[in-house]
Design a protein around this ligand. Structure first.
Ligand code: ZN
Length: 315
């Protein structure tokens, strides 16, 4: 066993500093904002009478808000280096395991929290794995277990969180050779969009047209947004257009693509827009209004989709 691993094992079971006291009691406004954001219409979260009718003493918080009540906000302090996760972090960072990726989380709920509850949380370092070689890099899986208690010290829930702390640049899949690349991700298709991809395979870039009012539309869909007619046919696009907007992505990198990757929103000369890639261009030279032209590219036996190049560049 390495010295580092032994030092990490010695920390298992310890906590990182004192229990954290939630900055606010469980309260109706935060619950309301959360359920609005999630679109959860269960009335026990917002309506006192409905909560009582369901057997609660009053409004309760969704169980999944557990972590919310102890969050330290934007200016939270770093974990104490005197034990637990904070101390493991110091050891791992110091040994070069500086990258962190969240792996998974498991929560257990003992009871619903209700307005007025004061939550405190204690973070326990539950386990640290031996050194593992993973696709991302060589590292250790670190699991923490936070125990949430109410104002009476009763356990209300637990939150187990696992991360991989790894050495950057040591991954098996750091830079896959082009021939070993996975295929491009498949676009999700439906009965309303499959025809468009089928036409790409036949070498045609089509635009859906409402036969009731003539409006062109993309992406394909069942009904016309202008007149709501379900009747449609298609017109074939010339493939010429201009860059309406774009981003150049650097990270995160999906192994099927080259980076930096210009992703463009192209306005076709017929007037509809579509998202695509731009090739044969220095990413620094991409600009709004740039004239571009589509080519239909068969990336593999199943996938043919348009990508664009600057007009006038080599075909
Ligand atoms: Zn229409």
């Amino acid at each position: 066993m390495s010295d580092l691993y032994e030092q990490l094992q010695a920390l298992v079971g310890s906590t990182s500093g004192e229990a954290t006291v939630g900055p606010d009691p469980v309260n109706a406004p935060m619950i309301r904002h959360m359920v609005e954001a999630l679109g959860d219409a269960n009335p026990v979260y917002v309506d006192e009478a409905a909560a009582k009718a369901a057997g609660f003493d009053g409004i309760v918080a969704p169980a999944t808000m557990l972590q919310t009540w102890s969050m330290g906000g934007l200016h939270r302090k770093a974990p104490s280096p005197n034990g637990g996760w904070g101390a493991a972090l110091v050891l791992l960072d110091g040994a070069g395991f500086t990258s962190t990726v969240a792996v998974n989380c498991e929560q257990e709920y003992v009871r619903y929290l209700q307005t007025g509850d004061r939550v405190t949380v204690t973070g326990l370092l539950e386990s640290v794995s031996e050194e593992k070689a993973t696709g991302l890099g060589v590292g250790h899986f670190v699991t923490t277990k936070d125990e949430y208690r109410d104002q009476d010290g009763e356990l209300v829930g637990t939150h187990r969180f696992r991360v991989l702390k790894f050495k950057p640049g040591t991954g098996r899949n750091a830079t896959p050779a082009k021939e070993d690349r996975p295929l491009r991700p498949r676009p999700p298709t439906t009965l309303d969009t499959q025809w468009w991809f089928d036409a790409c395979k036949e070498g045609r870039l089509l635009i859906q047209r409402c036969t009731a009012c003539g409006t062109l539309r993309h992406p394909p869909g069942p009904a016309c947004a202008s007149c709501h007619s379900f009747d449609w046919d298609t017109v074939e696009a010339s493939g010429k257009g201009t860059v309406y907007s774009f981003v150049v992505t650097h990270h995160p990198q999906a192994p099927a693509f080259d980076y930096p990757l210009p992703i463009v929103l192209v306005e076709l000369e017929e007037g509809t827009r579509l998202v695509s890639n731009l090739v044969d261009v220095d990413p620094d030279d991409v600009e709004i209004g740039m004239p571009v032209i589509a080519e239909l590219v068969a990336f593999d036996d199943e996938l043919t989709i348009p990508q664009f190049r600057p007009q006038g560049s080599k075909a």
